[in-house]
Design a protein around this ligand. Structure first.
Ligand code: F6R
Length: 241
């Protein structure tokens, strides 16, 4: 893992944006797999802005890390987030966008379908955020490190974070999500783990200074060469060195 510590949220967003922008410029048909939530909002703004200027969205294939189980246009869905934070803001369309359908009745069949997409689509970039409990995607504490795309149950802290992020009542927040497993996450050429703010400092300390353990899922990324962790000073504030 490469660790990059930057000053603040803006610099974390800018640094991550530049890495993605360079991959999009260099590749003929780059495949970018996004995450959602509070952390990447600044990154999405920069991407939307660049796609409306000199960066070519028409050659980009988009995928997603995960999707909540629920109605497609519920306030918290990845589907809605991607539209509101990217596609609705850009005048041109991407080459393709294949997302997990969290409203599918037969969710096992949908998991099989998306697994097939992932098996046949090498990702150049996988963007990740970090949960306060160390989760990535919905690989919550206790998830085996050989996980492949699956239907995950959220920890209570994750349900609370979702309610908070999307300004909804806790009783309306989803408690399940289809998520890539560690296997698919790490198949990307570059995995970008973004972390900002002092509320994530404990999790960052566990990722970097604690044991590599399923108790802190993201600790598994620590010895992986294709992972770049981009964090701001507040998130890094509890690190020993
Ligand atoms: C969301 C996702 C989650 C978030 C994580 C951090 O698609 O996969 O793992 O990245 O919960 O969320 P925020 O950025 O809202 O703190």
């Amino acid at each position: 893992m490469e660790l990059i510590i930057v000053k603040n949220y803006e610099e974390m967003s800018e640094k991550t944006f530049k890495i993605i922008k360079n991959v999009i410029k260099d590749k003929e048909n780059p495949v970018i797999s996004m995450t959602t939530g509070g952390t990447p909002r600044g990154l999405f703004k920069k991407l939307a802005n660049a796609f409306n200027n000199d960066l070519d969205i028409e050659k980009v294939k988009f995928l997603n890390l995960d999707e909540y189980i629920g109605e497609k246009n519920a306030p918290y869905t990845v589907y809605r987030y991607m539209n509101e934070n990217l596609f609705d803001l850009v005048s041109k369309k991407p080459l393709s966008w294949d997302y997990i359908h969290g409203d599918e009745k037969n969710i096992e069949k949908e998991i099989e379908r998306y697994k097939n997409v992932l098996d046949n689509t090498k990702r150049d970039i996988q963007v990740l955020g970090l949960g306060v409990n160390g989760h990535i995607g919905a690989n919550e504490p206790g998830t085996a490190f050989d996980s492949t795309i699956f239907l995950a149950n959220h920890d209570q802290s994750t349900i609370e974070s979702t309610a908070n992020e999307y300004n909804i009542d806790i009783s309306d927040a989803p408690n399940q999500m289809v998520t890539m497993g560690f296997k698919e996450i790490l198949e990307a050429d570059k995995v970008l783990l973004m972390v900002s703010g002092s509320k994530k400092a404990e999790a960052v300390k566990n990722v970097l200074d604690g044991p590599i353990s399923t108790a802190c899922p993201a600790s598994y990324l620590r010895d992986k060469d294709n992972v770049i962790m981009i964090i701001d000073e507040d998130a890094a504030s509890l690190l020993e060195k």
